[in-house]
Ligand binder design. Structure first.
Ligand SMILES: [Zn+2]
Length: 455
């Protein structure tokens, strides 16, 4: 029984074999920090986190790199609009990104390199590409010549001829040989404000794709084991990463490409104009526990589209609460349950089948005759990251206590309306009341206080 992962490069489920015996190098395309990340972004980050946690479960050390894209058209535009320096503008969203990661129980990566701090290395790779004839200079920038790289299209399975036919970019706009040739370096123009670097290549700034080629291999070497991201990044971003790195360094770039599918909202693609766009912060403000979102992500296989609705998130939140309640009643009962753990591993080894894994978890907690539940749940939760065993030490503030007492009195007097109102008031303060035979049980809706937007 071994871990199999679906590799986009081969379009097959393959047995995972690390380059080094017990250590995995992994790169996840991070956030462009011009805005708060949305639930589509975080599906990718949670999927990558599940993979990290499962690799650790299997005994590997994992070196994960997540890049911070802090220079591109959007970040420059945003900083100019807000009359802030690029650094000041992007650091706000960078901080928010880290807060969101914490609230979703995403383990800290080994490093979070920033694009702006790796300009020197990007210039070096671009110079290499120029020297080898894979790149050319025009009036407005330095471009990668995709015709020169014979494997171009191998990840996305796209042929050059098709690309030329369907290229939507008007080639007149740019001084490029092929409309799909992409910028490695953009020469300075006025729209960049005060964002530029004076380098051997000329005054300007890097293209987007080059940062991932450079920052992944700087820290992980080439080739490295796993590169992850959303399916929307396969083309052109990841295709271009391969082209740059393999043309520049003349060896394979990455062994396993893992891509997660979209999150749809109410059956539609998420977009701000449709009003179906959610950040983690939006959900917290609606009193959702971020871990309910994590649970929701786990209910779908990462390679299937997931349809998000507020209703489905409520269901996930209820399921998570129920699960935690049942678990809180379990008494410690000895060794790990090998049968259930095996079932869990079978699910996860099959390309990280988290929906199946959740089924195993539910079957375990409901199985009245099973032994070793708590230790088994602990192992499973080391991968799922749902804080299933975390005892919430609830220090109940006086104002909350007062509301709880009032509610008890209302219930004793059978004033259900008032009792419900008080329950809602408590929820707004971040407390959930469960009525048990021993009286009202108070739980905190979230374990760590997630920070709300700074502005
Ligand atoms: Zn990337």
């Amino acid at each position: 029984m071994v871990l199999k992962l679906y590799n986009t490069l081969t379009r097959k489920k393959q047995v995972f074999k690390a380059i080094k015996k017990s250590q995995v190098g992994m790169y996840t395309c991070g956030l462009t920090v011009y805005n708060y990340g949305h639930i589509g972004n975080y599906r990718a980050f949670v999927a990558s986190d599940i993979l990290v946690k499962y690799l650790k479960y299997l005994g590997y050390k994992v070196k994960k790199i997540v890049n911070i894209t802090n220079v591109d058209d959007k970040t420059i535009k945003g900083s100019i609009k807000e009359r802030k320096s690029l650094k000041e503008f992007t650091r706000k969203y960078e901080k928010a990104f880290f807060e969101d990661e914490v609230s979703l129980n995403i383990e800290r990566a080994w490093k979070y390199p920033r694009a702006t701090e790796h300009i020197k290395e990007m210039v070096e790779l671009i110079e290499k590409l120029l020297k080898k004839g894979y790149a050319y200079k025009t009036k407005d920038g330095i471009y990668f010549n995709i015709k020169k790289f014979k494997n171009y299209g191998k990840l996305a399975r796209i042929k050059l001829e098709d690309l030329r036919k369907c290229a939507r970019i008007n080639s007149d706009e740019y001084d490029k040989e092929n409309p799909r040739d992409f910028a490695l370096w953009k020469f300075y123009d006025n729209e960049d404000g005060n964002v530029f670097w004076n380098t051997k290549l000329g005054k300007g700034r890097p293209g987007w794709h080059i940062e991932c080629s450079v920052m992944s291999t700087k820290y992980l070497g080439q080739p490295f084991d796993i590169h992850t991201g959303g399916v929307d990044l396969i083309f052109p971003h990841h295709e271009n990463e391969i082209a740059q790195s393999e043309a520049g360094n003349a060896k394979k770039f990455v062994n396993y490409w893992i891509h997660n599918e979209w999150v749809m909202v109410n059956g539609k693609k998420m977009s701000k104009s449709l009003g179906n766009y959610y950040t983690i912060r939006d959900l917290i403000q609606r009193k959702f526990n971020p871990l309910a979102l994590r649970y929701f992500y786990l209910t779908g296989h990462y390679r299937s589209q997931l349809n998000f609705t507020i209703e489905s998130l409520k269901n996930s939140q209820n399921s998570l609460k129920r699960l935690k309640n049942i678990i809180s009643e379990i008494k410690d009962d000895g060794k790990v349950n090998a049968i259930y753990l095996k079932k869990f591993e079978n699910a996860m080894n099959n390309d990280l089948d988290t929906p199946k894994g959740l089924q195993v978890l539910w079957a375990l907690v409901r199985d009245e005759t099973a032994v070793g539940k708590l230790k088994t749940i602990k192992k499973i939760d080391s991968v799922f990251g749902l804080d299933l065993l975390k005892k919430e030490k609830v220090v109940v503030p006086a104002n909350v206590k007062k509301l709880v007492n009032e509610r008890e009195i209302a219930r004793d007097g059978k004033d259900w309306k008032k009792a419900d109102k008080l329950r809602e008031a408590l929820f707004a303060l971040g407390y959930q009341i469960n009525d048990t035979k021993d009286g009202a049980k108070i739980t905190k809706i979230w374990n760590r206080k997630p920070k709300l937007p700074l502005s």
